[in-house]
Write a protein that binds this ligand. Structure first.
Ligand SMILES: Cc1cc2nc3c(=O)[nH]c(=O)nc-3n(C[C@H](O)[C@H](O)[C@H](O)COP(=O)(O)O)c2cc1C
Length: 179
C-alpha cells in the first residue's frame, strides 16, 4: 500500500490537486493507495515528554497521531504533500511528525540519528505562492531573513544554492546551512 498524506487544510487546493495526479498515476500502475487528509485527524499536540524515545510509541491516549503513524509504518511507499507555511510544512503535518519521532528516527548510543524509514520510496509534493522575484530578493541578499520578519537574528542564515520555497534552484548544489 502506498500512503498519501495531504498536509493541506484544503481538500481541493493546489497540494491536493497535485496529490490527486500522483494518486492517479500510482493507481494506473496497479498500486493500492490510501489517502489521509491530515487536517481531518484528531491529533493532540506532542507534550515533549521524550517517553517515545525509549518506548517507541507515544504515551498519549490513542488518537489520530497513533493511527496515522501505524499506517506510515505499514506502507510500502509514502507520498507527503504540504503547502509551504512560513517556509516549512503545515502545522498539522508537523504535529503528526512530532508525535511519531521514533517511527522516523532512532538514536545510536553516541547520539547519532538512525534513519528508520531508510529504503522506503518517498515523494514530497509542495506548493507555495511567493513570487519568484521576492524569493530571489529574500533568499539571496545578505540579511534577507531580517527583512522578511523584522527580527534580529541570533545567527546568520545562509542559503547556499538550496531550492527556494517554490522549488526554483538558484545554484546547482542543494545544501542549506545555518552558520
Ligand atoms: C499560514 C500560511 C503560511 C504561508 N507561508 C508561505 C510561505 O512561507 N511561503 C510561500 O511561498 N507561501 C506561503 N503560503 C502560501 C501557501 O503556501 C500557498 O497558498 C499554497 O499554494 C497553498 O496550497 P494549498 O492550496 O494546497 O493549501 C502560506 C499560506 C498560509 C495559509
Amino acid at each position: 500500500m502506498i500512503l498519501i498524506l495531504n498536509g493541506s487544510p484544503k481538500k481541493s487546493g493546489k497540494v491536493a490537486t497535485l496529490l490527486r495526479a500522483v494518486e492517479k498515476g500510482l493507481k494506473e500502475k496497479g498500486h493500492k493507495v490510501e489517502w489521509i487528509n491530515v487536517y481531518d485527524l484528531k491529533i493532540a499536540h506532542c507534550i515533549a515528554c521524550m517517553k517515545c524515545r525509549p518506548d517507541g510509541r507515544c504515551i498519549l491516549p490513542e488518537d489520530g497521531g497513533h493511527s496515522a503513524g501505524d499506517k506510515i509504518a505499514a506502507c510500502e511507499g509514502l507520498v507527503v504533500g504540504t503547502p509551504t507555511h512560513w517556509g516549512n510544512m503545515s502545522a498539522q503535518l508537523k504535529m503528526l511528525f512530532d508525535r511519531n519521532v521514533p517511527l522516523f528516527m532512532g538514536e545510536k548510543p553516541n547520539g547519532f540519528p538512525i534513519a528508520r524509514q531508510k529504503g522506503k520510496p518517498a515523494l514530497i509534493v509542495t506548493a507555495c505562492s511567493t513570487p519568484l522575484a521576492l524569493q530571489l530578493h529574500c533568499c539571496r541578499k545578505p540579511g534577507g531573513h531580517k527583512r522578511r520578519a523584522g527580527g534580529t537574528p541570533l545567527r546568520r542564515a545562509e542559503n547556499k544554492g538550496a531550492a527556494c520555497p517554490s522549488g526554483h534552484k538558484i545554484h546547482g548544489e542543494d545544501t542549506s546551512t545555518l552558520s
